[in-house]
Design a protein around this ligand. Structure first.
Ligand SMILES: *Cc1c(COP(=O)(O)O)cnc(C)c1O
Length: 231
C-alpha cells in the first residue's frame, strides 16, 4: 500500500470511530509521527493536507522544519532536554512531553525570548510503569498549579504513552483515567487553567483512545510503516 492509502485508511478509521460514538471527527487531530522517516515521505503526505507532524528528537525536528513548508504544525512528542528547548521554541506548535518543573521553567524562559506563548501538554505516566517518563497522576494537579503562573506557557492538556500491549482493549482503562484526570483538574477552576487537549493513542490503540476522548492521536507505523532504527 502507498503512504497515501495508509493515511486515507487511518483517516477513515478515525471518522468511522467518531461516527459510531457520536463524536465530531473535527475534534480529533491526527498527528503523523514521522520520526526516522525521510523528508520525501513527509512531503508525500503533506500533499494530502497533512499539516500535523510529530517528532521525538530535537535535531531531526529542527532539520525537517527548516526544509518543509511553513504551514506545518510541529509537535515535539519525545523526552526533551532543557538545553535543547531553544532550538525549537520559535516554531514548535505543541510540546507534548513536559513533566518537570525545571523543563517548564526553561520553556517559559524561551517563550519570553521568542515573544511567544508556547503550548504545552503535561505528560502523565497514567499506568504508573517503572520505565516510563511522565508525572505520577496524583502529582499532576499540584504540578499544573505551580506552572500555571508562568507567563509564556499555556497548559493545553494532558498526554500519555500507554503501555505496549497486544490487545489494545487493555489500554482503555488508562485512557479513561487520563480523561478523568483532565476533567477533575478542570473542575477545580484553577486560575489560568482550562485544558482541552488529550493526546493519547498510537497505531495500536488510537481507535480506543478516541472512544475514550482523545483529541490528538499520534500515529506513526500505520501511516509510514515500521521504523528501522539501524539505518
Ligand atoms: C513513536 C511514537 C508514537 C507513534 O507510535 P506508532 O506505534 O508508530 O504509531 C506516538 N507517540 C510517541 C510519544 C512516540 O514516541
Amino acid at each position: 500500500m502507498s503512504l497515501k492509502e495508509n493515511l486515507e485508511d487511518v483517516r477513515i478509521n478515525i471518522k468511522n470511530t467518531c461516527d459510531r460514538i457520536g463524536r465530531d471527527y473535527n475534534e480529533v487531530t491526527l498527528i503523523a509521527v514521522s520520526k526516522t522517516k525521510p523528508l520525501t515521505m513527509l512531503e508525500e503526505i503533506y500533499e494530502c493536507q497533512m499539516l500535523d507532524f510529530g517528532e521525538n528528537k530535537v535535531q531531526e525536528l529542527k532539520e525537517k522544519e527548516a526544509i518543509l513548508p511553513k504551514d506545518i504544525c510541529w509537535h515535539m512528542i519525545g523526552h526533551l532536554q532543557k538545553n535543547k528547548v531553544k532550538y525549537i521554541a520559535e516554531f514548535v506548535s505543541y510540546i507534548h512531553s513536559v513533566e518537570s518543573l525545571s523543563l517548564a521553567e526553561v520553556i517559559n524562559k524561551e517563550g519570553i525570548k521568542a515573544n511567544k506563548i508556547i503550548n504545552i501538554l503535561i505528560e502523565v505516566n497514567i499506568a504508573q510503569e517503572e520505565s516510563k517518563f511522565g508525572l505520577n497522576p496524583k502529582d499532576t494537579e499540584a504540578f499544573i498549579k505551580t506552572i500555571s503562573k508562568f507567563s509564556n506557557i499555556k497548559v493545553c492538556g494532558l498526554m500519555t504513552v500507554a503501555p505496549y500491549v497486544s490487545d489494545p482493549e487493555e489500554n482503555r482503562i488508562h485512557f479513561k483515567n487520563l480523561k478523568h484526570l483532565l476533567v477533575d483538574i478542570n473542575n477545580k477552576n484553577l486560575d489560568n487553567i482550562n485544558m482541552h487537549v488529550l493526546s493519547m493513542g498510537m497505531s495500536n490503540d488510537y481507535r480506543i483512545a478516541i472512544e475514550e476522548g482523545a483529541t490528538m492521536v499520534r500515529v506513526g507505523t500505520d501511516i509510514f510503516g515500521e521504523r528501522n532504527y539501524k539505518l
